[in-house]
Design a protein around this ligand. Structure first.
Ligand SMILES: [Zn+2]
Length: 133
């Protein structure tokens, strides 16, 4: 695939939405293979992985267990992963750092679908269960 330059996130989103099924598959295949050593499946587009993640020097990634796999008696506590971002990491590098810190899926929701921003420095890992899609 050719290198593409995006002028803004909106531009990027528009181009992503124009992709063919084949291009979508290529995007996902890259990510799945890139993190085949992880205890989850990375289901984030390649182009998204390669964006600089944040301008903040430190970011926190929160992992919650709010899904139907748990009830109030056995639901694990939220996990928080602190990432040093002095070198302006890409999302791909952030995920690699998370894996080093023991980041893994905690249940049947083992497809990592997004790292969603909640505040300037805090993000939430979004895991999905493909069987529920
Ligand atoms: Zn679950």
């Amino acid at each position: 695939m050719e290198e593409e330059i995006y002028t803004s996130y909106e531009d990027y989103e528009k181009k992503m939405n124009d992709r063919t099924d084949e291009e979508w598959s290529e995007q996902i295949d890259y990510s799945v293979k890139k993190f085949d050593h992880a205890k989850f499946v990375c289901y984030i587009f390649k182009d998204t992985l390669q964006f600089d993640f944040s301008k903040e020097k430190m970011v926190v990634i929160k992992q919650t267990f709010n899904c139907s796999c748990f009830n109030n008696d056995n639901r694990p506590q939220n996990k928080y992963f602190v990432i040093n971002n002095n070198n302006n990491l890409t999302l791909e590098e952030v995920i690699e750092e998370l894996i080093k810190q023991g980041f893994e899926a905690g249940c049947d929701h083992y497809f990592l679908d997004d790292i969603e921003q909640e505040t300037d420095v805090q993000y939430r890992a979004v895991f999905i269960n493909m069987d529920e899609e």
